[in-house]
Ligand binder design. Structure first.
Ligand code: AMP
Length: 305
């Protein structure tokens, strides 16, 4: 059973969004989304979370309350005049790939600085946003013990130099399989992962949707399947929820050993499995640690041989 002893605070920087999502199971319009949102709700199951992001005046107060109910520190979240960042995406039968129909940066162009009292954060997650904002945030943290980052095809295409600089400053890179191939120009996944390790991160985690997760650290490879579900309703946020479960678990560990990193990968996969069972954060915001633990034990039985 997971017993959080001395939990470290995790700082997350990323988007908070109003998403419109269409999947073969239905449609949700202007619902809570964003990379920092999913991460924070997932990680806060395990450890205290501090959030740096920005929303517009149209952002419903009830969504802010969802963060507060989970005791997420929102001092770093600014409400600015204008509209909240919005993303409209669609998934076809193959739920592994989102098609972006529209994206409006809106107030996300005016990213706030990091509150002074966040500068002692020990763990940092640079969730998907532009790499310049990610680097700027990282510079505001005095002595992080672990820095992880995510990115997406948009930044790989439009800001490759800033992204490469960022990779030299992070310990862990989390990407999906298509991004790993795009970043390296290599089609073979293990070969893409080894190439990514040469860019700086000591650990690379590749998320493969329903096919699970692939990890490479210290010359060791590790792979786990996704938690098997009867039905995926909305895959949005699976990657960020994975990151939240992964770093949340590590925040509870006294020492980060290769064994703990493997366990963290399984916690990440389990938390993500809840997120995709409903639209937006509906399922994620209701889960409890004992439910997570139950699926963790099932995963353990499933992969033991
Ligand atoms: P994921 O499914 O884990 O890759 O992340 C989905 C979330 O990413 C959605 O809730 C979107 O609001 C958010 N998102 C999509 N495009 C961007 C972008 N360009 N910058 C920041 N966040 C984004």
């Amino acid at each position: 059973m997971l017993t959080p002893l001395k939990r470290k605070s995790i700082l997350v920087v990323g988007s908070v969004a109003l998403d419109t999502v269409e999947t073969p199971r239905g449609k949700a319009t202007r619902v809570l989304g964003g990379s920092a949102t999913y991460f924070a709700l997932a990680a806060s199951l395990f450890a205290p979370v501090r959030m740096v992001s920005v929303v517009g005046e149209d952002f419903p107060r009830r969504y802010l309350n969802k963060f507060r109910q989970r005791r997420i520190d929102t001092a770093g979240m600014k409400v600015l005049p204008g509209r909240t960042f919005s993303w409209h995406g669609r998934y076809r039968e193959n739920m592994n790939e989102a098609e972006t129909i529209s994206v409006c940066q809106n107030v996300l162009r005016h990213f706030p600085g990091v509150p002074a009292h966040y500068s002692d954060s020990r763990l940092v997650f640079l969730a998907n946003t532009d790499p310049i904002t990610q680097r700027k945030t990282l510079k505001s943290v005095q002595a992080p013990s672990l820095v992880a980052c995510d990115t997406m095809n948009l930044w790989i295409r439009t800001q490759p130099a800033a992204l490469k600089k960022l990779l030299r400053e992070v310990d862990i890179l989390l990407v999906n399989d298509a991004e790993a191939r795009m970043l390296t120009g290599r089609n073979n996944l293990p070969s893409a992962v080894w190439a990514l390790l040469e860019h700086g991160p000591k650990t690379v985690i590749v998320k493969k949707g329903e096919h699970g997760v692939f990890l490479c650290t210290g010359g060791e490879l590790f792979a786990v399947p996704a938690y098997p579900l009867h039905q995926v309703v909305d895959p949005t946020g699976a990657g960020d929820s994975f990151a939240g479960g992964f770093l949340g678990y590590l925040a509870c560990c006294r020492k980060i050993t290769p064994r703990q990193v493997r366990r963290a990968v399984v916690y990440g996969a389990v938390v993500a499995s809840f997120t995709v069972e409903d639209f937006s954060t509906r399922r994620l915001e209701k889960i409890s640690l004992p439910e997570v633990e139950k699926r963790f034990q099932e995963m353990k039985r499933m992969v033991r041989f």
